[in-house]
Design a protein around this ligand. Structure first.
Ligand SMILES: Nc1ncnc2c1ncn2[C@@H]1O[C@H](COP(=O)(O)OP(=O)(O)OP(=O)(O)O)[C@@H](O)[C@H]1O
Length: 428
């Protein structure tokens, strides 16, 4: 029996790009080559075994969608080959494979017949598909009236219930609401557990749950192929190194010459995105660095040491009176504040002036897998009344940490047992 579900060999895809849409027409009329060649996929090879779940990640434009389309067969390769053993169901761009004039139900039959199912076989699955999509009476309406969320609900319900051998999902699930996403993941890891799956996603928390292997694409080439956690780490390192290069190139006009020692200490800091800033901003956080266990990754796990360093810059000539307060908090994907801390809890006094570097460290708590956004704050507290303080600067939700903690299944936090007894016998 063939153990390989997908086999890609030296695959290349060339697009012709035109400066103006009219150039394409001119090319046809004058039979003269005007378009410039662009190689979106530059020669890649890999195999996916039957039953494997593989993620594909990469920056925008890396070639992920182009690759999936060639595997599915909706795009022809310029060179090389893709062989697929089994029936594919694919969720590519929204609405692909749907006729906009047909109702939801008519589209279920259309998709099922393309997939090779008879009308009777589809009829048997119809109720399950309708229940899963859960879009009410909209199933009787033409799909051109659907929201993107309704589209993806119906498209996933159809693809998942056709009992494909191979399921290919390109970022589509991120459109659905969180309850629907939860239903899809339960289905992926339940009914479709042993099927071959290929996912393109930017949601690393999801990826680490559904794929045990991950391919990293960059500019049309595979730059990593291996365990998902390592792939995400590798990908994040690339993103960080790119943004550091951009920071160096953009130059640093902030620091005066006589602060060369500070300059050295912060030379790998990143500029804070001014769009993330709010507050009075007489004093503001202008640069920062975030380190997880001595490394510039954004993947975190329980107990990891997080070091956040920031540089405060003053936009006014005078010193501010009052006690400075510096802090942070993390929010989850629903915008809820999950945890944080500020310097008011410290007994030590400190001062903040122009070009002050502040560093704090804490251990990542035992949190559920997910993405958490970091917000930093700086203010000055009234000496006589700690409750009163002016917020000089918020840097809102500017960094995302991906927490990968597969064992927490209930709630946001996990708490250790103090004691665990069965029939008074203490289980340690
Ligand atoms: N029909 C086309 N004609 C010309 N260039 C194209 C065409 N389709 C895609 N490209 C280019 O090929 C490159 C790869 O595109 P592709 O959509 O496969 O990337 P991607 O990794 O899926 O990106 P994203 O994460 O933004 O969806 C991009 O530079 C894109 O502009």
């Amino acid at each position: 029996m063939n153990e390989i579900a997908i086999s890609v060999k030296d695959l290349k895809k060339r697009y012709l790009v035109y400066d103006k849409p009219s150039d394409k027409l001119k090319e046809i009329i004058f039979n003269k080559k005007i378009g410039k060649e662009f190689w979106a996929i530059k020669g890649i090879s890999f195999e996916v075994k039957k039953g494997e779940s593989v993620g594909i990640i990469g920056l925008n434009g890396a070639g992920k969608s182009t690759l999936l389309q060639m595997i599915v067969g909706t795009l022809n390769p310029t060179h090389g080959s893709c062989h697929v053993d089994g029936r594919i169901a694919a969720l590519l761009e929204l609405g692909a494979g749907f006729n906009p004039e047909y109702t939801g139900i008519e589209n279920v039959f259309l998709n099922a017949s393309i997939f090779g199912l008879s009308r009777l076989e589809t009829q048997e699955k119809l109720q399950k598909i309708i229940d899963f999509a859960d879009i009410g009476d909209h199933v009787y309406q033409p799909v051109k009236t659907y929201s993107s969320g309704m589209f993806v609900r119906l498209a996933f319900a159809v693809s998942a219930h056709l009992q494909p051998d191979i399921l290919i999902v390109d970022e589509a699930l991120s459109v659905g609401d969180v309850l629907f996403q939860q239903k899809c993941f339960a289905h992926l890891s339940g009914t479709l557990k042993n099927k071959t799956k290929l996912f393109v996603t930017h949601d690393f928390a999801t990826l680490s749950l559904v794929a045990n292997r991950c391919i990293v694409l960059s500019e049309g080439l595979i730059i990593f192929d291996g365990p998902t956690k390592q792939a995400i780490k590798y990908y994040n390192e690339i993103i960080h190194s790119k943004s550091q290069v951009q920071n160096i190139e953009s130059g640093d006009t902030l620091l005066p010459d006589n602060l060369s020692s500070l300059n050295n200490a912060i030379n790998d800091f990143k500029d804070v995105d001014s769009n993330a800033l709010s507050g009075l901003r007489d004093y503001e956080i202008s640069k920062y660095s975030l380190v997880v266990n001595d490394s510039k990754t954004s993947i975190v796990n329980h107990g990891d040491v997080i070091t956040i360093s920031l540089l405060v810059k003053s936009n006014i000539a005078k010193r501010l009176t009052g006690k400075p307060v510096v802090g942070f908090f993390f929010r989850d994907k629903f915008g809820q504040k999950i945890f944080g801390q500020n310097s008011l809890s410290l007994r030590e006094e400190f001062s903040v002036e122009n070009f002050t570097k502040i560093e704090f460290e804490f251990n990542w708590p035992n949190l559920q897998t997910g993405e958490y956004t970091l917000t930093l704050g700086l203010g000055f507290v009234d000496q006589s009344n700690e409750v009163v303080h002016d917020v000089q600067c918020w840097v809102n939700d500017f960094e995302i940490l991906h927490c990968v903690t597969p064992h927490i299944e209930h709630g946001i936090f996990s708490v250790p047992f103090n004691d665990f007894k069965v029939n008074d016998y203490v289980i340690k």
